[in-house]
Design a binder for this molecule. Structure first.
Ligand code: GDP
Length: 299
């Protein structure tokens, strides 16, 4: 997996902890000064300021006054605490898709234009095939014919059934017909690629709300571009408030943006990150494991 966005943060944290390790005995002062540096490093990685502040406060609370474990040096103990706190910050554990229900269960993909929604819809379908499911795809972005063509092409590459909608249809009609089509094709999962816009607007939200009523989706998955940093966090918050997002798929973690979105989205919006996109190819989608990501960051 190629994830470069935490490289800087990783370097910074490793340096801070190396300094701590050099100290035989940790004083409250040592720890406080290391935590100030951790907070700076998080802010520089574009972590939401409140998230960084609360994070450091929670570590201070756990680290100071804790009995030193015999098996660990004080420096190692702080690293262990930071590791646990980072894991919690990102949601604690992997959150699987909720796929139980009367087939076809529906996964509604939402997000802004350019976030990687269409590509991610195909990536997710590919993953479901690997898990022995039989997905069906439907493009519902009637405002951009290119988006429809793109998903139809990707479905062709994956040899998966696709309900070929047209720009003359209303999205609600597409949703109803796609459900019937998926049933008729014996598919157990329907992935709906909804329309994106450049910004969150009320018209888009109203349309997505109507689609939600018709599709009764098991999951509403927000695809968000990690390269946009705190904007991605704000977008996730808005979609969640208006629509009730059940999971986030964070794309472009292979890019050179800083890791702030990945570290902030969960605690700001309370939506779990379920998958991460790590490249343009269809196999570049991974289940998000907060513990592994945390260990990776701490090196
Ligand atoms: P949509 O407008 O949200 O449907 O976005 P697209 O699926 O068309 O993706 C926009 C661009 O982002 C395309 O060039 C994709 O190849 C690219 N993209 C999507 N996901 C990833 C990812 O995880 N990593 C990288 N590097 N590029 C991605």
């Amino acid at each position: 997996m190629v994830i470069t966005m935490f490289d800087n943060l990783s370097d910074r944290l490793q340096k801070i902890f190396k300094n701590l390790r050099g100290q035989g005995k940790l004083t409250e002062e040592n720890i406080q000064s290391a935590l100030r540096e951790v907070r700076m490093a998080l802010l520089e990685a574009d972590v939401h300021y409140k998230v960084a502040k609360d994070f450091v406060a929670s570590i201070a609370e756990r680290a100071i006054g804790q009995e030193v474990m015999q098996s660990l040096t004080p420096g190692q103990q702080v690293i262990k605490i930071v590791n646990e706190a980072l894991t919690e910050l990102m949601g604690g554990r992997a959150e699987p898709l909720r796929l139980i229900g009367k087939p076809p269960v529906c996964l509604m993909m939402v997000g802004l234009q350019g976030s990687g929604k269409t590509t991610t819809t195909a990536k997710l379908a590919r993953k479901l095939v690997q898990e022995k499911r039989r997905p069906c795809l439907v493009p519902a972005d009637v405002y951009r014919p290119a988006a429809i063509d793109q998903l139809v092409t990707l479905a062709g590459q994956l040899k998966l059934p696709v309900y070929a909608s047209s720009v003359q249809q209303r999205p609600e009609e597409i949703a109803r017909e796609a459900l019937a089509y998926a049933k008729q094709q014996n598919c157990d999962t329907l992935l709906v690629d909804t329309a994106g816009r450049l910004h969150v607007d009320t018209e888009l939200m109203a349309e997505l709300g109507r689609l939600k009523e018709i599709l009764e989706p098991n999951e509403i998955l927000l695809v968000a571009d990690a390269m946009t940093g705190q904007d991605a966090v704000q977008v996730a918050g808005k979609f969640h408030d208006m629509l009730g997002v059940t999971g986030v798929i964070l794309t472009k973690l292979d890019g050179d943006a800083r890791g702030g979105a990945a570290l902030s989205i969960r605690s700001v919006t309370n939506c779990p990150i379920k998958f991460i996109g790590t490249g343009e190819k269809l196999d570049a989608l991974e289940v998000f494991h907060p513990d592994r990501m945390s260990s990776r960051i701490l090196g």
